[in-house]
Ligand binder design. Structure first.
Ligand code: DAH
Length: 336
């Protein structure tokens, strides 16, 4: 009797080692037969035999489990860290039903564009790769002038420039609007887009950021129109009355050149007398008009330009500029 149990054990263990579904072996008829012999045994032998076949069953179960594990691990492909992601993980059949959202800078840029287009300005996107002529020469930066150093940006090996400001669009806008001007009209446009600077990155400096530039030319444009336009823009954007002030500044493409500041509103945590410089502006330099083929004795214009992030940071109390390009979901979801 016990011989046959040992034989069955040997046979079934071998079967498990070869099987691709080892648990099936636990249902083998030999095992059932052993159990069915129990009632016919003399009572004195019954208990010992019962223990023996129970022990056998346990042994087979352990062997089946171990064989199953071997099978699974041999099916697993070794991980190749250089392979495309779907080589190492199952296809994304159960992607979470979550949608992306518009980046807060794009939402705010759309608001800014909306305010200016309602005032009658055309909007044009700036280029992300430009040339020396539009970056400097057309804007009255003399060759080798130190003022160029303030716009330290990158360069491609072909000599193209990722622009350091949106003023690169001024010459193009002026040339495009020249005909309208000559027909008695005016030029009113904004240009917006990404700009790039060779900066050490910290809470208030980024190598990549957004600017909005404005340009207006007519036969009698003047500084008070410019200040009115800018004050009206900022009051609409922040939804409240604001105090403004200017101070002289140097930019080769405007004369006079100014820095434009607003008093930080109390509603946004400002104290009286706390001024925030928002942008550069001024009356367009005659050389810039001439370079675009516009008669500077008949027409005059004003222009301004400044960063978008600064406006948005003030509006929402964002303390670190680096959040915008960080791709951090916790930050982005606050603006949904
Ligand atoms: N382009 C200047 C800068 O990025 C800002 C600026 C100043 C633009 C005066 C203007 C302007 O149009 O008139 O620093």
């Amino acid at each position: 009797m016990s011989d046959s149990v040992d034989q069955i054990e040997k046979k079934l263990l071998q079967a498990i080692e070869k099987s691709v579904s080892p648990r099936e072996v636990l249902r083998a008829k030999e095992l059932k037969q052993l159990y069915s012999q129990l009632p016919s045994l003399p009572p004195a032998e019954r208990s010992a035999f019962g223990q023996k076949i129970n022990a056998l069953k346990k042994k087979l179960e352990v062997a089946a489990a171990s064989r199953e594990e071997d099978l699974m691990s041999s099916e697993r492909t070794p991980i190749d860290v250089t392979a495309p992601f779907d080589k190492n993980s199952p296809p994304p059949s159960l992607l979470p039903a979550e949608q992306g959202t518009i980046h807060p800078l794009n939402t705010e840029l759309a608001r800014i564009i909306d305010i200016f287009t309602r005032m009658g300005f055309n909007a044009v996107q700036s280029r992300q790769l430009d040339d020396d002529y539009h970056m400097f020469t057309s804007l009255n930066f003399p060759e080798n002038h130190p003022a160029r150093d303030g716009y330290d940006t990158f360069r491609t090996s072909e000599g193209y420039v990722p622009p350091a400001h949106t003023s690169t669009m001024q010459n193009r806008i002026l040339k495009a609007g020249r005909k309208d001007l000559e027909k008695g009209g005016q030029i009113a446009a904004i240009s917006y887009g990404r700009v790039f600077r060779n900066e050490d990155v910290d809470a208030t400096h980024e190598h990549t950021f957004y600017q909005v530039e404005g340009i207006f030319v007519s036969s009698d444009a003047n500084l008070s129109q410019m200040l009115g336009t800018l004050q009206s823009f900022f009051e609409t954007y922040y939804g409240q009355k604001l105090k403004i002030k200017t101070q002289p500044a140097y930019f080769p493409f405007v004369e006079p050149g100014l820095e434009f500041a607003i008093e930080k509103p109390a509603a946004l945590g400002g104290k009286p007398g706390e001024w925030l410089e928002m942008l550069g502006c001024g009356m367009i330099h005659p050389n810039v008009l001439k370079e675009a083929g516009i008669d500077a004795t008949k027409y005059r214009g004003f222009a301004w330009g400044g960063g978008v992030e600064r406006l948005v940071m003030l509006k929402y109390g964002i303390e670190d500029l680096r959040h915008f390009e960080s791709g951090k979901l916790a930050f982005l979801r606050k603006f949904v």
